[in-house]
Design a binder for this molecule. Structure first.
Ligand code: GAF
Length: 386
């Protein structure tokens, strides 16, 4: 794919590009905890966006997307929110300009194999790849966390999703075969190996993509903040759900709508599950970790209400199979993928079981990706060294 993207760029723009490989991400546990100052456990994966990109000595940015086969242009003097994938690029450019960093016109080709809307964060990959490319050209000297924060702000201000930091962080900090535990408040993080050679990480795509996903995402965030405001009356030290516990939430139960109560109770439990899950993984106890994944799914489905019947069905299939240590919906939800930890020698059986049962139930065959944990955004300066 890298070579094909480079060739397409040379064909369209007639010069040699810089290549940037920008991965999607998985998250083992810790969903909707990032914007509550909690913990997450993501990793970058083998699904990726590839940029071929070069400066063009104008004030015009021209981007060709291989997946839609269209070229979209915008002027650096008129960067404002619009529709479609170009929004992610414009958001990044806008945030760099806002930070007082120089940006000049560029040409790029964007290709990739991250399925859109599948919960693997193709949007953070588009953002992170562009920040890294522009940082390379202009030598801003941004560190990877600063780049992630620029991507997150781009997402807030252009597509308008008030996301946490997890996706942009994972995209830019990934390391081969390592998961990362990020404290989303302090932004401190640690790597540790995901060392289960007998198991594979299998993503099952429900092929459902709800258009309400981003507006409902923002509603969830707002409901968490509502809960915090009420808890703060008795406990002023509580700045976010990270600081709350179930007894504090219980005290204010009568003052909260049942939805806000449920959202908060899910998040408080999930933040704890990341802490417990990290220890279990470090101890090599994948079976117990898998049970936490099922508990997360239950919470995301019943309390946080970001699942859908198709995802619940996929997880119910996983639960019946002894080769699966754990499974749950991954990412923002409202469609997309489940993440499954599956015994390596049984992956083929499992995939055919899932695909045939899902097809019987919903009349479509889910795509399945057996994924690996890879490096974060990589800038490849010399095309001939590919
Ligand atoms: C999306 C968001 F972008 C992340 O910040 C995170 O909140 C995730 O949903 C849910 O854990 O991917």
């Amino acid at each position: 794919m890298i070579q094909a993207t480079r060739e397409k760029f040379i064909h369209l723009f007639g010069k040699e590009p810089l290549i940037v490989v920008s991965p999607g991400r998985i998250n083992l546990i810790g969903e909707h905890t990032d914007y509550n100052d909690g913990f997450v456990l993501p990793a970058a994966i083998d699904k990726k966006i590839v940029y071929a990109i070069a400066l063009n000595d104008t004030r015009q940015c021209n981007a060709h997307a291989v997946f839609t086969n269209e070229t979209v242009s915008f002027s650096l003097d008129e960067v404002k929110p619009t529709h479609g994938w170009i929004n992610y690029l414009m958001g990044v450019v806008f945030q760099l300009q806002e930070s007082g960093l120089p940006v000049k016109g560029f040409d790029c080709v964007i290709a990739g194999d991250i399925p859109v809307g599948a919960g693997m964060s193709s949007s953070a990959a588009v953002e992170g790849g562009l920040v890294a490319a522009l940082d390379h050209f202009f030598q801003y000297g941004l560190d990877r966390m600063q780049m992630a924060l620029i991507g997150q702000k781009a997402e807030h201000t252009f597509p308008g999703v008030k996301c946490g930091i997890m996706d942009q962080f994972a995209n830019l900090h990934g390391k081969k075969d390592q998961v990362m535990r990020l404290d989303c408040r302090s932004l401190e993080f640690e790597y540790f190996p995901f060392n289960f050679p007998g198991y594979k990480i299998v993503l099952c795509n429900s092929m459902v993509h709800h258009s309400l996903a981003s507006s409902e995402y923002n509603v969830r965030r707002h409901q968490c903040e509502e809960g915090v405001k009420v808890i703060q009356v008795n406990h002023p030290a509580v700045k976010s759900l990270r600081d709350a516990d179930m007894s504090m939430l219980h005290e204010v139960r009568s003052q909260l709508s049942s939805k806000v109560y449920d959202r908060c109770s899910y998040v408080i439990a999930e933040i704890q599950r990341v802490q417990d899950g990290t220890e279990l993984l470090k101890q090599g106890n994948l079976q117990a970790f898998g049970q936490l994944m099922y508990a997360t799914h239950e919470g995301l489905s019943k309390l946080y209400e970001v699942s859908c019947p198709e995802l619940d069905f996929l997880v119910s299939l996983a639960k019946q199979r002894e080769e699966v240590a754990g499974a749950r919906v991954m990412g923002g939800g409202f469609g997309g993928c489940t993440i499954n930890l599956v015994k390596a020698e049984k992956v083929a059986d499992y995939v055919s079981y899932i695909q045939s049962r899902y097809n019987e139930q919903y009349g479509k065959v889910p795509e399945v990706y057996v994924t690996t944990i890879e490096e974060g955004v990589t800038v490849k300066e010399l095309a001939f060294s590919l």
